[in-house]
Design a protein around this ligand. Structure first.
Ligand SMILES: [Zn+2]
Length: 99
């Protein structure tokens, strides 16, 4: 599933190892559709395939974020409804916010 984005194999492996939970809401990935893990570009630019920009998040967060800018989505009702806050964000997301 990573290959459709042209994510390099080493990045894919590092991210799979790092992101054991959703990088946004911190939920555990599960079999339920909304909790399935999905590949995410933190900054919505598919040409940036670095470990700083590629992450795993649940389908629920991915669908909610959509094409919104990260900072805009975090302020949105959709993100708040999901319980996404500064406390649930993974370090890789926090780092993206400060750049
Ligand atoms: Zn999530």
């Amino acid at each position: 599933m990573a290959n459709q984005w042209g994510i390099p194999k080493d990045v894919e492996e590092a991210v799979l190892k790092r992101d054991q939970r959703c990088v946004y809401c911190n939920c555990e990935f599960g079999v339920e559709r909304a909790k399935k893990r999905s590949w995410e570009h933190i900054i919505n630019d598919v040409t940036i395939s670095t470990i700083e920009n590629i992450a795993l998040c649940c389908i629920g967060c991915n669908a909610s974020k959509g094409a919104k800018l990260l900072s805009q989505w975090l302020e949105s009702e959709g993100a708040k409804r999901r319980g996404v806050s500064q406390e649930t964000l993974a370090p890789v997301v926090l780092a993206a916010l400060t750049t």
